[in-house]
Design a protein around this ligand. Structure first.
Ligand SMILES: [Zn+2]
Length: 354
């Protein structure tokens, strides 16, 4: 949900810049933003907007985080950036998605309540800022001295950050080719296709790439013994799917990924439970909820596809209200996940490219 969450920050940043400009002039501002000498910009002089150079967001800094035991070795930490999954055991902690840097301290404190062992792995389900901004602080927190020199040396570089190759690419390039991230936030281990398998805490942890869904770099993380699946933003319980077509997302990729979720999840006989699903955002859920969501999204896809076949324009498709009976439950108020942006993303995914 990058766009919705980033917009206020961009506005905040530009108004702050405007205010500073009045006082100092452009050269000073450039230096303050890291454009001047020692600014650490990438080739071409693009500044890296790190936490040091962007104003902190008070809404995120003041947000509360809560931990919920899911099942087996897996917990869920709910905060302003959505859901972070944590798997713990004798070997340490594995963290899926890191939310915003402003809440990194609180997330680490929650993990510390679960285990005193080091954080060994961070996995990102996409490049979106609400899933990666805390990477540096949370992976660095993975290095408590656990006694003896070996421990200190072994964890000196913090936790390994795992993601699909396209996440590294997107974070390195940043929006419009400008890196918006510092090097400490970038994935340190990437994979290209299929899945990455990690055996950790006596459990197979499977990082599954889902092509062209919410973006071009989505992964889901399946804890096979605990029987818990963290989906990232392929599946959200609080809005329509957020599909970033400009970053390689597509409605058919989302539906395909939701079908993979349904393949993996097995409900307990005639009751809630069985495989638990941690969505990117919103409450903990199970196969039943994913099934209804997949059906809803598929129905809307088919309606939009039909309208496109009839030669309707985007405006006409929106006028036909293909989401009508679902809007009350699923439309976000504004931004990605709202009816307007969801229908537009579906249309753009399906319309013949000119
Ligand atoms: Zn998100």
């Amino acid at each position: 949900m990058t766009i919705r969450n980033v917009m206020p920050r961009i506005m905040l940043a530009s108004s702050a810049v405007a205010a500073v400009l009045l006082m100092f002039g452009p050269a000073d501002v450039a230096r303050a933003q890291g454009k001047g000498k020692g600014g650490g910009g990438k080739q071409g002089g693009a500044p890296a907007a790190t936490a040091a150079t962007r104003p902190p967001n008070p809404a995120w800094a003041n947000a509360e985080v809560h931990t919920l035991k899911v099942q087996g070795n897996v917990y869920m930490i709910v905060g302003p950036g959505g859901n972070t999954a944590v798997q713990i055991g004798d070997s340490g902690a594995l963290v899926v998605d890191t939310q915003y840097e402003e809440v990194s301290g609180k997330i680490v404190a929650e993990i510390r309540k679960l285990t005193s062992k080091p954080i060994r792995y961070v996995i990102n389900t996409s490049a979106d800022m609400d899933h990666t901004d805390g990477n540096a602080k949370i992976s660095r927190a993975g290095a408590p001295v656990i006694g003896g020199n070996l421990g200190a040396v072994a964890f000196d570089n913090g936790a390994t950050i795992v993601a699909h190759e396209n996440v590294l690419r997107a974070m390195s390039e940043g929006p419009e080719g400008k890196a918006d991230t510092n090097a400490d936030k970038l994935p340190t281990t990437t994979f290209f296709q299929g899945q990455k398998e990690i055996f950790f805490n006596e459990e197979p942890v499977i990082v599954m790439f889902e092509p062209a869904a919410h973006t071009n770099g989505d992964s889901m993380v399946f804890f096979r013994r605990s029987d818990v699946l963290a989906t990232g933003d392929i599946f959200n319980m609080d809005s329509y799917p957020v599909i970033n077509v400009d970053k390689g997302g597509s409605i058919n990729g989302v539906i395909k990924a939701l079908n993979v979720v349904l393949d993996i999840t097995i409900p307990k006989h005639e009751q809630e439970g069985g495989t638990y699903v941690i969505p990117g955002h919103g409450r903990l859920t199970d196969e039943h909820d994913v099934l209804e969501y997949r059906d809803m999204v598929t129905i809307i896809r088919d309606r939009v596809q039909n309208l496109i076949k009839q030669g309707k324009t985007l405006a006409q498709v929106k006028e036909a209200k293909p989401t009508f009976e679902y809007d009350g439950r699923w439309s976000a108020a504004t931004g990605p996940g709202s009816t307007d942006m969801f229908v537009e993303a579906v249309f753009r995914s399906l319309a013949p490219k000119k």
